[in-house]
Design a protein around this ligand. Structure first.
Ligand code: RRO
Length: 307
């Protein structure tokens, strides 16, 4: 197959997957619109050891064409995910590659969730989310300091039987140092970028539009940041990169590849187009033909800097 991609632990029929948080646990409205087997893989919502109810409402606000969220890691906890959510997904889509997403407030919480997910046999790879901008315990704090990133990545690698992709935050001045720390700690891949820390104020009420003061910005406005960071990181490390940040179209996917991605996740585009992933999968071959591209792998990191 022309769109097939092989990554550690993942045999993908195409490189397109939803971004974590956007499809819940697959038990969503998107499953009613098209067969999720059409996806390259499915990434579940980040999972913590215990249930989390999330941050105060409102958790979502538009900011121009972009979206601010302060969901706050709302999830039912790893037990419900292992006993109910993942078995239901596996039964319904036995051949769809699944990526579990791991979050926590301490190194031992991360490793416990990673151990439980990886030994369950229900997911093919883990995404280690060290970049949630909306929890003040853990979350993004783990993703900004290369030394802490290394300790956490190593601890999770030690307990995981399946490949680990570390999800990076753009809220750093030196993304390359973080990526290098992740590579040296033994990770199998990267996923980048998570949301950019932002804020919006209603001038009538003088309140923050989000229930919690700040939130993570996603959407087309952050795509140039994602492209720049993926480009920089792909030149510094040899790990495969799952690229995300503002992707809406097949052309955006090709741009991600040129920056250095080997697969692409789509998140915020679903707000305007609930079939975004399926539409991009359908459009990719024609877009490749138009641009004279025979396989996506030939594009990885092939940006030209001379003009
Ligand atoms: O749940 C969230 O608030 C959240 C998470 Br875990 C994340 O990784 N990125 C984001 O924008 N929101």
């Amino acid at each position: 197959e022309r769109l097939a991609v092989e990554l550690p632990g993942l045999q993908l029929k195409n490189p397109i997957m939803p971004a974590s948080g956007c499809f819940g646990f697959g038990d969503n409205r998107y499953a009613k619109l098209y067969d999720l087997n059409k996806l390259g893989a499915l990434v579940i919502k980040s999972t913590t050891l215990k249930e989390r109810v999330g941050n105060p409402a409102p958790q979502i606000a538009w900011a121009g064409q972009n979206v601010l969220n302060s969901v706050g890691l709302k999830n039912p906890g790893v037990k419900v995910i292992l006993e109910e959510k993942l078995p239901a997904l596996r039964t319904k889509y036995p051949k769809l590659p699944l990526i579990g997403s791991v979050a926590g407030a301490t190194v031992s919480e991360y490793t416990e969730v990673a151990r439980l997910l990886s030994t369950s046999g229900l997911v093919d790879a883990l995404e280690l989310n060290i970049s949630c901008p909306n929890v003040h315990e853990g979350g993004m704090l783990f993703g900004t300091d290369p030394k802490i990133v290394a300790v956490l990545t190593r601890a999770v690698k030690d307990v995981s039987r399946i490949p680990v992709y570390v999800k990076l935050t753009p809220n750093v001045t030196d993304i390359v140092s973080v990526a290098e720390a992740v590579e040296n700690a033994g990770a199998d891949g990267l996923s980048m970028i998570n949301t950019l820390l932002g804020m919006k104020i209603d001038v009538q009420t003088r309140q923050s539009v989000l229930g919690s003061l700040t939130g993570g910005l996603s959407g087309p406005g952050i795509k140039p940041i994602a492209i720049r960071m993926i480009h920089q990181v792909s030149h510094a490390v040899s790990l495969p990169i799952i690229g995300l940040g503002g992707v809406e179209t097949a052309v955006d996917v090709i741009e991600m590849y040129l920056a250095g991605a080997s697969a692409v996740a789509i998140g915020t585009a679903h707000f305007n187009n609930p079939t975004a992933c399926a539409d991009v999968v359908d459009a990719l071959p024609q877009e490749m033909d138009k641009l004279g591209i025979s396989s996506l792998s030939e594009l990885i990191s092939q940006v030209r800097s001379e003009h």
